[in-house]
Design a binder for this molecule. Structure first.
Ligand code: M6R
Length: 590
């Protein structure tokens, strides 16, 4: 959600903060702010994007910055961070769940608030505890806060010092030529920091006297390892300008290639026992990652004959799930920081289940919680809409399903060797872009659309619909083709667009029947299939031939023209695909 950054440098830190916020902007872009501590503490904050801050400059080597995704209080100058209270200024990512009670208490004691945020409450608490010892004040102030937070705090009479703390929201420290940093995530520090260390829940970080120290919840010093950020997380700009989303779709073949070679070198032996004996598997994730988990559930259940229950992470937690010892939970998260997914992992672990995670970010929170972690090699994904990470998640999950079969039945699935052809097939799917472009042009004025599919094609349909909703702001629903006539067909009238993904030979005729139902009500039909005959015989108005792979693997390529279609719809409707309305890349609050 929000991005926070802090810097202590022997040079002016404004530029490093501004650049850092630019790199963090994918976490939220409702408003932004910077506080710089030089001869005095200067705070500048504005509704809107980070570039609004370029109107401001202050000299000083210590500072904090924030880019906001609003939770409490609308996007406004007043609700933007940093929040000042007495001598301190604070930036916060997370949600203070008991803020209303704390605020009422503080107001009763005469405090006046200038924002509607939960964050200002902790700024006040820290300020009231501050007596020249910033670290102790941050600890004391936060001791009353419930919920998730990563904060960075400076005090106007302590230039050269910064204190940060974390509970359930991500926080990393970094050392680079331009200074010492804290920041919400590793990719945003890549290129700036030569060494990074991830803070754990309950940690406090103090930057002072040219060093970074970590402390535990009782302020005892603790050691956190600094490592070099992975090379592939360094490139955070699009060559020649343009949109990250478009560039990231273009990187899919390379990302699959890199992920494939990482998987080939991975050692799955540590999870052999858990997979071999698993009688039930649970798969959890959110959003796009959930759609990849759905594919996994279908493929793993079919191949290994193990029941796989797939559930969005937010629902899983509150069911409550019947999970326990002997069960395996597969948790998928590009960022490795999604709050609901992490809580699902914690819950599964507390019940004794074995957790396998799939993520794009090594050293993320999910990696530290999981018993076994598969780190894909998609490279930094900046656009809020997930694209290449989805294809790579699928690849990792196919691999995992294959290992499951191998450990249980001592054989690999028939499609296993075809995984080598996935990067090439992804590249071949780019030849669908001209058609996807034309389709986007035709449908850019649509008010709503359906994406139909059956089996794993339904997962692709859901992902296609999510992309369209997310960036093109058109209502879209991924729907089981067979369910259409049980209610949803009522919306289909003259010109209503329906895209159908049909990659399973046994179901081609069924999908075609659904299209015929649409067509006879005047709807506009688009069909995506790797079977030329199915396309030739279809009543669809628009037809797109997909590259052919074994059917189990088709979701990883069939989605590519849909990702591109959504991108083109978004551009055609005049929106920024990298900054969809109301969204942020990393959803670190519940
Ligand atoms: O980082 P995660 O994979 O855990 O994120 C989960 C979702 O928030 C994410 O996939 C979201 O749905 C994407 N923005 C969709 O494009």
């Amino acid at each position: 959600m929000c991005g926070i950054i802090g810097c202590v440098s022997d040079k002016d830190c404004y530029g490093a903060l501004y650049d850092g916020l630019k790199r963090l902007e994918y976490r939220g872009y409702d408003s932004a702010g910077i506080a710089v501590l030089g001869e005095k503490l200067s705070v500048f904050k504005k509704k809107g994007g980070v570039s609004n801050l370029s109107a401001f400059y202050a000299r000083g080597g210590t500072g904090i910055g924030h880019t906001r995704w609003a939770t409490h209080g609308a996007p406004s100058d007043a609700n933007a961070h940093p929040h000042r209270a007495g001598k301190i200024a604070l930036v916060h990512n997370g949600i203070v769940e008991n803020y209303a009670a704390l605020k009422a208490e503080l107001e009763g004691e005469g405090e006046r608030f200038s924002s509607e945020t939960d964050s200002e409450v902790i700024a006040k608490l820290i300020s009231r505890a501050y007596r020249k010892d910033l670290l102790s004040a941050v600890r004391e102030g936060l001791s009353r806060a419930e919920g998730a937070y990563a904060v960075a705090v400076v005090a106007e009479d302590r230039p050269g010092e910064l204190v940060a703390a974390k509970n359930k929201s991500p926080l990393v420290a970094g050392k680079g030529a331009s200074g010492l940093f804290v920041c919400s995530d590793i990719p945003a520090l890549a290129g700036t920091a030569d060494f990074i260390a991830r803070a754990e829940d309950g940690d406090f970080i103090r930057i002072a006297d040219g060093r970074i120290d970590f402390f535990d919840k009782n302020l005892n010093p603790v050691c956190r390892d600094f490592t070099r950020p992975r090379e592939e997380l360094r490139a955070l700009s699009v060559a020649g300008g343009g949109y990250f989303m478009r560039a990231e779709i273009g990187e899919i073949p390379r990302a699959l290639e890199d992920t494939l070679s990482a998987l080939k070198n991975a050692d799955f032996a540590p999870c052999a026992r858990a997979l071999r004996s698993a009688e039930r598997i649970f798969a959890v994730a959110c959003g796009t990652a959930f759609h990849s988990a759905l594919v996994f559930a279908d493929v793993a259940e079919r191949e290994a004959g193990v029941p796989v229950l797939c559930c969005t992470a937010g629902e899983f937690r509150y069911r409550p799930p019947v999970i326990g010892e002997g069960d395996v939970l597969v948790a998928v998260s590009q960022s490795g920081e999604t709050a609901d997914t992490l809580e699902a992992v914690r819950l599964a672990k507390s019940r004794g289940a074995y957790v396998v995670a799939v993520t794009n970010i090594g050293s993320s929170s999910i990696e530290s919680l999981a018993d076994f972690c598969i780190v894909m090699r998609a490279g930094a994904e900046i656009a809020v809409a997930a694209t290449k990470s989805y294809n790579c998640q699928l690849l990792c999950l196919y691999y995992l399903a294959a290992q499951l079969l191998f450990f249980k039945r001592a054989r690999l699935p028939e499609w296993f060797s075809a995984l080598d052809r996935l990067p090439e097939a992804a590249q071949a799917a780019f030849s669908c872009f001209a058609e996807a472009d034309a389709l986007a042009d035709r449908l850019k004025g649509a008010g709503a659309m359906y994406f139909l599919g059956r089996g794993t094609d339904l997962c692709t349909a859901k992902e296609g619909a999510l992309k369209v909703k997310e960036i093109a702001r058109v209502f879209a629903e991924g729907y089981p083709a067979g369910e259409l006539k049980h209610g949803s067909l009522a919306l289909v009238g003259e010109g209503f667009p329906v895209a159908c993904i049909s990659t399973c030979a046994a179901l081609l005729k069924k999908s075609e029947s659904a299209l015929a139902e649409v067509k006879s009500r005047g709807g506009y039909c688009a069909l995506f299939s790797q079977y030329p005959r199915a396309l030739a015989e279809s009543c669809a108005d628009f037809k797109c031939l997909l590259p052919a792979l074994p059917e189990a693997l088709m979701p990883a390529v069939a989605v590519i023209p849909l990702q591109y279609f959504a991108y083109k719809m978004c551009i055609g409707r005049g929106f920024d695909p990298d900054k969809p309305r109301n969204l942020a890349k990393s959803v670190t609050v519940e």
